[in-house]
Each structure stands twice: as C-alpha cells, then as structure tokens.
Ligand binder design. Sequence first.
Ligand code: ATP
Length: 239
Amino acid sequence: KPLAALLGAHGLRYAYRGIQAVHDVSITVGEGEIVALLGANGAGKSTTVKMIAGALRPAAGAVSWAGKNVTGFPSYAMVQEGVTLVPEGRLVFQHMTVEENLQVGGHVRRARAEFAVNFERVLEVFPRLAERRRQNAGSLSGGEQQMVAIARGMMSSPRLMILDEPSLGLSPLLVQHMFELIRRLNQQGISILLVEQNAQQSLRIADRAYVLEKGRVVLAGTGQEMLVNPFVKQAFLGL
Ligand code: ATP
C-alpha cells in the first residue's frame, strides 16, 4: 500500500473543564491504510478522534489533511473535505426514519452527485436496513442502529472514515460482519481510523496501530508487531 500521509495529527491536546484528557497525541493515517487506536477506558481515544474530525477544537496541536492545514475546521467542513466520523450507534437521529438518516448523511456537497449510487450501495451492504428503511431509527436494535451510523457515514462519500467503537454492543456474529465490512470499505479505497475495544480483531485488519495511555501515545507499530508485543498481549489481548 502507498504510504503518503493523508492525515496527520501533531501534538494534539484537550482538556474538559480543566481536566486534561489528551496531553500530546501525534498520529498519521496513510492513503489506503487501516489504523487502529487502542487504549483503556478514558485513555483519550474518543477525544482524539473528535479533535481530528472537528467535533472538538484542539487546545493545542495541528491537524493536516491531504497536505492542507485543517486545524480547527468544524465537523461539517471536515465531512466536506472527506473526513467522516461515525459515532457510536445510539447517536443516530432517533426520531428520523432509517431513510431520513441516510439522506442527512448524503446531504453534503461532495456527495450530492453520488447520492443515488451511495444509497443503492448502502442498502445492498445492509439488507436489514433496506427492510426497515421507513422505520424510526430509535425503534431499531442496538446493532441495527450501529449499522445506520455506518451507513449514514458511507453516504457522505468519505475518503477517511473514523469509526468509534463500531462493534460496541454487537453479538459475536455481527462483530465478525462489522470487521468484514471495515475491510471491504477499505478495499473500496476508504482509509480507516478505528477506535476499538476489540483489540485482537482490530490488529488483525490494521496496517498500523497506536496505543494511548492517559492521553499520550505510548506505543506504535504495525498490526502484526502489536499482536506479538508483550505489553499489548498482556494489556489488551488477555494473554
Ligand atoms: P472509552 O474507551 O471509555 O470510550 P476513551 O479512550 O475514548 O475512553 P475519552 O472518551 O476520550 O476516552 O475520555 C478521556 C478522558 O476525558 C476521560 O477521563 C473522560 O472521563 C474525560 N471526558 C470525556 N468526555 C468528557 C466530557 N464531556 N466532560 C468531561 N470529561 C470528559
């Protein structure tokens, strides 16, 4: 895979009302890569990806995207640039139908011309959502809402998809499907930044990974290196 850094986060820092959540995080995602972000609860993974996606404004540091400084860009501008954050499933629009959720996802200038194609593709990938397209998202199961969140992200024609714990609350079979889907999206040319509790499966599909601890990157390497790293094995793989 080519490794021109598509996304670069440099020295990111963030505090919630004086509580320092991210101290100094630098990560990159190359074109076509799957990069995993591991860390214990509260390590700062979500805060980091929110800063990258423009949902939070970094207190310090910089974000570059496709050779451009995008530090402080709000999330709608990042989506327009091709960076889409898929939040956890319960953050879909509960009182809108599945179809309306998808329409909102596709309501971005960069994706408008591709709306019909994206819509078709998404319903093909998620036949279960096709069946439930006129149902309120809030009436779906947790796993189905997770699918809506990803489907909504796919509607924006992303070049980088940031997935925050996509397998959360899914049954083992659906977790399997989720990882297959991430691979498939990647094969279609979408770069992936993946926040996951499921370290084993994430590292298997990841080109590279970072471990965060107390708001800092403490370890980085290829997915393969991480799978055999003693610290990773002990802390995340239960070995
Ligand atoms: P998890 O795996 O549990 O989701 P995480 O690695 O994604 O954890 P963050 O959600 O980024 O971690 O949280 C980092 C730190 O910031 C934690 O100590 C958390 O309590 C704190 N934090 C997160 N969101 C807020 C908030 N809205 N207000 C105050 N503190 C917050």
